[in-house]
Design a protein around this ligand. Structure first.
Ligand code: BMA
Length: 826
């Protein structure tokens, strides 16, 4: 049987050339898997790159060559063959064992295996991995192949290394190096399972009686030619196939009657089955095994034409699933710090906000199996970009071979995961070519088109024909029904990214779009106060103090935040108002966009908010900040992403009610709708029963006396029902005659293991978007709800975890307790 022995101990790292003074002649203990930044940080040799502007003084790390070394014994391994297996080397590596070079690599997105049988000795083996500067490599490739345009002034498209490691408009530039995935020895005899690709399909009518089919395409590597067998077992069904002497390819098919399907969240349970594959010698000795969880489900992409353009409808098990998605970026600029718990926390936060889809964005990485495992388990859908983003990528060597090799490896690796429903060629590169002046600048040089329209779809089609491929995000499908070339970001066709709102337009502009599928749209806000305070030492802390500005990477970011407030809220007076106003405005903007897009169902069938998470403490488009704290946007998402949503939308010049039902069952919504003046007096009232069929949206006009204000600046519409509360104001905040918010707060300590405080807040006036920020009192504290709108006399009970403060006075005023009223009446 084969033996796997990790080589994760005894490592050290040192600078090879050039060595900056702080590291010259020094050797540091190294963590493997890990990277040089976190090693230097752990050794106290550098300050934390995430704090203040330390980042700017650490760029030399990316310009340095580093050498990792360890020694190990290799006795008792046995086997015909011993391989050194490196699942990931970041990035330009030379691997030397006992003084002999065993390989050179230049692709972070691939794993490597070197036959070291002849080099090993029982004891005292010396293993060294030298990492050359990623900059040095990328700049050489750029100089050889010719410079090409990109979105940032960094050479990230000339090397197969995660683009965002070179910095982004939300991320630090921390070009690192290291053994970033597990490394070890693999001893094996006779033959091993080199690649296993499960093609999983299901047939039947979606109820009991479905038949699952697992077709395992297997590639063997052999140390001897002897015949072997492979046996696959799924749910008690077994199939064995003999592999003749010398053959290295075999297919095993297992059919499983009566399977339960894997369903995405909200549509059923995500049933999974174990597949176990065993490779045996003719004498029955087990040589290798492979075990994964799979799920039986069908997936198709309907991109057919209709009178509005071209659809983009994801169908799982034949059901059109409305995508309530978030864009996912690597959760830490140092990806080796993201373990299963971090993934579980972050995906848990997404799911708790009603998210059913993660788009793994192309400036990051093919994520760890943990992400897809958790998604499988939770019924979350995943769309995976190939890692190409915001740049023209050369299609020549040395990159072409690397791209094909990494794609083949990753498509095969991720095949078992039922959550993975789509491969996407790139992020914004086809759009960039068309709109950002690249074509002229390129003057005929390659830019990646061949990858997105040819190489990648061929690889997906060959290795994994069970999954759809779409060339880009955004992408319109190429040509329309009359053969006319379509703009890649045409909202009427395929997927679209909407960025004019953040960059130049007011967020009400979302309402002018009638998109088929929005794969990105975002609006910034600063991180939670406690996050910013931890990361930035500025005193005083102001919106444009140096540390705050350093933790804002977007072009003109802070100006856009202010411009975004214009017409909605008065210009903020100081830091606290700026912080609250911009966070609230982000929540309002995105909720407005999502509710509009969802109200267009089925014309629009997906909305993927940019972006769920951050990779360090920063002002960005995220809903959850770099320290894992939820911004007000997260709470707004939870409302806007409810699977049964009631929203009030403008229709034919008047507010109308739209009830959106994403569930597979009919919904009979009983709604109490009222027009109320700010002092609480009901001006008009009606009870509506709205019958919303499964998976659809219904628009109902409001009775004219509810829809028409007597005084638009001092009245609102409230719709209450089992879809929660929807509100409609007849004017923007800045023009409303808000009362000064008056609240009574009762604080009760909560006994029990969780502890914390329960806050009962009673509104004595209209209070819009009531928010409590417990991190102002204790950085560890969290609250279960935010942005609650209360009419005079109504109360809400908020549960605060992690804070012991029980003095109501501490909870009763700014900056801890806030409302939209505050920003206008102050
Ligand atoms: C899109 C994304 C990211 C970027 C975001 C905000 O371009 O694909 O590249 O971070 O907008 O600018």
């Amino acid at each position: 049987m084969h033996v796997l022995r990790p080589l994760h101990s005894g490592w050290s790292v040192r600078a090879v050339e050039p060595a900056a003074e702080v590291v010259a002649g020094r050797e540091f203990p190294a963590t493997v898997p890990g990277c040089v930044h976190t090693d230097l940080l752990a050794a106290g040799a550098i300050p934390d790159p995430f704090l203040d502007d330390n980042e700017t003084r650490l760029h030399w790390i990316g310009r340095t060559a580093w050498r990792y070394e360890t020694t190990f014994d290799a006795d008792g391994l046995g086997g015909d063959r011993v391989d050194l297996v490196a699942d990931g080397l970041d990035t330009v590596a030379t691997v030397v064992l006992n003084g002999v070079e065993v390989g050179r690599t230049a692709n972070m997105h691939r794993g490597y295996r070197f036959d070291v049988t002849a080099l090993l000795r029982p004891a005292g083996n010396e293993l060294a991995v030298r990492f050359d500067s990623a900059y040095g490599y990328a700049e050489r490739v750029r100089d050889e192949l010719g410079a090409r345009p990109n979105a940032y002034d960094e050479p990230f498209q000339y090397i197969r290394k995660m683009a965002a490691n070179f910095g982004w408009d939300w991320g630090p530039t921390v070009v690192t190096a290291g053994i970033w995935r597990p490394i070890g020895l693999h001893a094996w005899s006779r033959a091993r399972l080199a690649e296993v690709r499960p093609l999983v399909t299901v047939s039947g009518d979606g109820t009991a009686g479905d038949t699952g089919r697992v077709e395992l395409r297997i590639v063997l590597e052999r140390a001897t030619d002897a015949p072997v067998t492979v046996t696959a077992v799924v749910d008690g069904r077994e199939a064995t196939v003999g592999v003749p002497a010398g053959a290295t390819r075999v297919t095993v098919l297992v059919e499983v009657p009566g399977v339960r399907r894997w369903w995405p969240r909200g549509h059923g349970d995500p049933h999974r089955y174990e597949v176990e594959l065993t490779l045996r010698a003719a004498d029955g000795t087990a040589l290798d095994t492979w075990r994964r969880m799979i799920g039986f489900r069908g997936v198709e992409l309907d991109t057919g034409r209709d009178e509005d353009g071209s659809r983009f409808v994801l169908k799982v098990n034949g059901t059109a699933v409305f995508v309530r998605g978030v864009n996912w970026i690597p959760d830490d600029a140092f990806v080796t710090r993201v373990g299963r718990d971090r993934y579980a926390d972050r995906i848990g936060q997404a799911v708790a906000a009603g998210v059913n889809y993660l788009r793994v964005w192309g400036g990051g990485r093919y994520e760890s199996d943990d992400l897809y495992d958790l998604a499988d388990e939770l019924g979350v859908l995943v769309g995976q970009d190939f890692p190409f983003a915001c740049a023209a990528y050369p299609e020549e060597e040395p990159l072409a071979t690397e791209v094909a090799a990494e794609a083949r490896e990753q498509v095969a690796r991720l095949m078992p995961h039922p959550s993975l429903v789509m491969w996407v060629g790139n992020n914004e590169n086809i759009w960039g070519y068309h709109d950002w002046g690249w074509r002229e600048e390129l003057a005929g040089r390659t830019w990646g088109e061949g990858y997105y329209l040819d190489v990648l779809p061929r690889i997906v089609g060959e290795l994994d024909p069970t999954r759809p491929y779409w060339p880009g995000s955004p992408y319109s499908g190429g040509v329309d029904s009359s053969g006319r070339a379509l703009h890649p970001n045409d909202p009427a066709h395929g997927t679209t990214h909407i960025w004019d709102v953040w960059n130049t337009h007011d967020y009400r502009h979302y309402g002018t779009y009638r998109p088929r599928f929005v794969a990105e749209f975002g609006f910034q806000a600063p991180p939670a106060y406690a996050t910013l305070r931890r990361a930035v030492g500025d005193d005083p802390l102001t919106p444009d103090s140096p540390g705050v500005l350093h933790h804002q990477k977007a072009t003109g970011g802070n100006d856009k935040l202010l411009r975004g407030l214009h017409g909605h809220f008065p210009a903020p007076a100081g830091f606290d108002d700026w912080h609250w106003a911009t966070q609230l405005n982000q929540a309002r903007a995105i909720a407005y966009g999502i509710e509009h897009f969802r109200s267009l169902k089925p014309l629009c069938m997906g909305t993927i908010m940019w972006q769920l998470n951050d990779n360090w403490p920063v002002t960005s488009w995220s809903a959850v900040d770099g320290d894992g704290r939820r911004k007000p946007l997260w709470y707004a998402l939870r409302r806007a992403f409810a699977e049964r949503l009631v929203t009030i939308q403008p229709r034919d010049g008047a507010p109308a009610l739209v009830a959106v039902n994403d569930t597979p069952g009919p919904w009979r919504a009983e709604l109490r709708v009222r027009r109320v003046s700010f002092d609480g007096g009901a001006r008009a009232e009606a009870t509506l029963t709205v019958r919303v069929p499964a998976l659809s949206a219904v628009t109902v006009p409001l009775p004219p006396d509810v829809a028409t204000p007597d005084n638009g600046t001092a009245e609102l519409i409230v719709a209450d029902g089992d879809g929660g509360r929807a509100v409609w104001f007849f004017a923007e905040d800045v023009d409303l005659a808000y009362p000064r918010a008056v609240t009574d707060v009762v604080a009760r300590p909560v006994r029990g293991p969780q502890g914390g405080v329960e806050l009962e807040v009673t509104a004595r006036t209209l209070v819009r978007d009531l928010a409590v920020f417990p991190d102002r009192l204790d950085p560890a504290a969290t609250v279960d709800d935010l942005l609650v709108t209360l009419l005079p006399g109504e109360s809400v009970t908020l549960r605060v975890r992690g804070a012991a403060e029980a003095d109501p006075a501490a909870w009763s005023s700014a900056p801890v307790l806030r409302s939209a009223n505050d920003l206008v009446t102050r």
